[in-house]
Design a protein around this ligand. Structure first.
Ligand code: SIN
Length: 285
């Protein structure tokens, strides 16, 4: 196999790669896949169904695994894999049921956020459970010059703590959300609002409604309306690719150039189960 073909999926971003077996890629083909990911930001490979061990091995080819802070939902015998799932067994969630329900870039709340995420669909509902990605390179490029000048050199404040985010509603899943998030949240991280990709040199907006809670050295009276304006811009449909999952889809994305959103809408008793592996990136610059 490994006669790799790359076909764009939308005008915004994303490409489908065919002719590869992700579990058995020679070095040259893997290099072409990584280049395709840098160029297209999101890459979809259908019909893969990697075991958790094979998914971990595949992820490691991109770099160092980044473990999620939510230890209760890591796979017991393969902690590199985080379970995202709406399944409930014996009254307990087997995975995070609502991960990604607001636009975000993975782990932007730590000093070295995720470079690549690899997400594989295991159980796909008939209705709901889609995912969207927005192109943060185009989002930056299509800002008007005034706005580009205003955000030049600004630094976003990123936090995992949902209860400190003025755009998030108070979560209902936890008995005491303030305590839940305070216990788990690392110290705030500070990242340039416009970052440069280390491989392509392209500039991208690097903020998100889920994790960016303010702007360093700017009062909220000025920072929050500026963030609102930018967040309205990034959700422009011309920038978005919408993915309808099939079981065995292996989708990878470059978090330095995109935000993503789990669209939800799964109706019990149907379930959705995904296996996620993340690869650590550099300190954004
Ligand atoms: C995520 O936010 O990493 C997961 C997205 C999804 O499950 O669709």
């Amino acid at each position: 196999m490994n006669q790799m073909v790359v076909t764009p999926l939308s005008d915004a971003l994303g490409a489908e790669v065919t002719g590869i077996d992700a579990a058995n890629l020679d070095e040259a083909t893997f290099g072409r896949l990584r280049d395709a990911l840098h160029d297209n930001i999101v890459v979809v490979v259908r019909g893969q169904a990697l075991s958790p061990a094979a998914q971990t091995h595949f992820a490691r080819r991109f770099g160092e695994i980044q473990y999620h802070i939510n230890s209760e939902y890591k796979m017991e015998d393969q902690p590199e894999v985080l379970i995202l799932s709406t399944e409930i067994v014996d009254g307990k969630n087997v995975g995070i049921p609502d991960a990604g329900s607001d636009w975000h870039s993975d782990h932007s709340y730590v000093e070295r956020p995720t470079a690549y995420t690899i997400l594989q669909s295991v159980i796909v509902p008939k209705v709901g459970g889609d995912t969207e990605w927005t192109n943060m390179v185009k989002a930056y490029e299509t800002l008007d010059d005034d706005l580009k000048a205003r955000i030049q050199g600004l630094v976003g404040i990123h936090s995992f703590n949902r209860t400190r985010n003025p755009r998030m509603t108070r979560p209902t899943r936890h008995e005491n959300p303030e305590a839940y998030f305070a216990e788990r949240s690392p110290p705030d991280s500070f990242h340039p609002m416009v970052r440069t990709h280390p491989a392509t040199g392209r500039k991208a907006l690097f903020i998100s409604p889920r994790f960016t809670i303010g702007i360093l050295d700017l009062d909220d009276a000025e920072a929050q309306p500026l963030l609102d304006e930018l967040f309205a811009h990034i959700a422009n449909r011309d920038l978005v690719y919408h993915h309808n999952w099939r079981p065995g889809d292996l989708v990878m994305w470059d978090n330095r150039q995109t935000l993503h959103l789990a669209c939800g809408g799964v109706k019990p008793p149907e379930v959705r189960r995904m296996h996620r592996t993340t690869v650590q990136g550099e300190i954004p610059f």
